[in-house]
Design a protein around this ligand. Structure first.
Ligand code: SF4
Length: 144
């Protein structure tokens, strides 16, 4: 197996994720945390929550991007090693939803960093987030 295929295989078998809330009401975050509980148990797919962007393959971002969080979100993304992927979880992360015209909100996650997969819902159920992860896997499989 070539080194590129080996790293892709490893990423698909055990993607490490980082979760960042850029202004969510916390409901989306609770659904993300539910993924890690024994009920949904995403660790069976090798998905591990990491505490640092330097070890993460996938950034799971929730909430609209507030002006206060924008620079932090950008810096976290920049600290992740290549190749890196971003999932926008929830309506706010996808578009800013009801907060997009607020004076202190820039909009969805893609106003600051590129997004690979959008998971709609307010908040999306854990099953929807798992479906989003499978869509991301398809994208990772297709790339190098
Ligand atoms: S999408 Fe809904 S649940 Fe998620 S942060 Fe926005 S308002 Fe809260």
């Amino acid at each position: 197996m070539s080194p590129i295929n080996l790293s892709k295989w490893a990423r698909l078998k055990s993607p490490w994720v980082l979760h960042f809330n850029s202004g969510a009401c916390n409901a989306c975050d609770i659904e993300v945390v539910a993924l890690l509980t024994p009920r949904y148990d995403v660790e069976r797919f090798g998905i591990l929550l990491k505490g640092t962007p330097r070890h993460a393959d996938i950034l799971i971002a929730t909430g609209p991007v507030t002006r206060q969080a924008a620079l932090r979100l950008k810096r976290i993304y920049e600290l992740m090693p290549e190749p890196k992927f971003v999932m926008a979880v929830g309506a706010c992360a996808s578009s800013g939803a009801p907060f997009k015209k607020c004076y202190n909100v820039l909009g969805g996650i893609d106003k600051v960093i590129p997004v690979d997969v959008y998971v709609p819902g307010c908040p999306p159920k854990p099953e929807a987030i798992i479906y989003g992860v499978t869509k991301l896997f398809e994208k990772i499989k297709g790339g190098s």
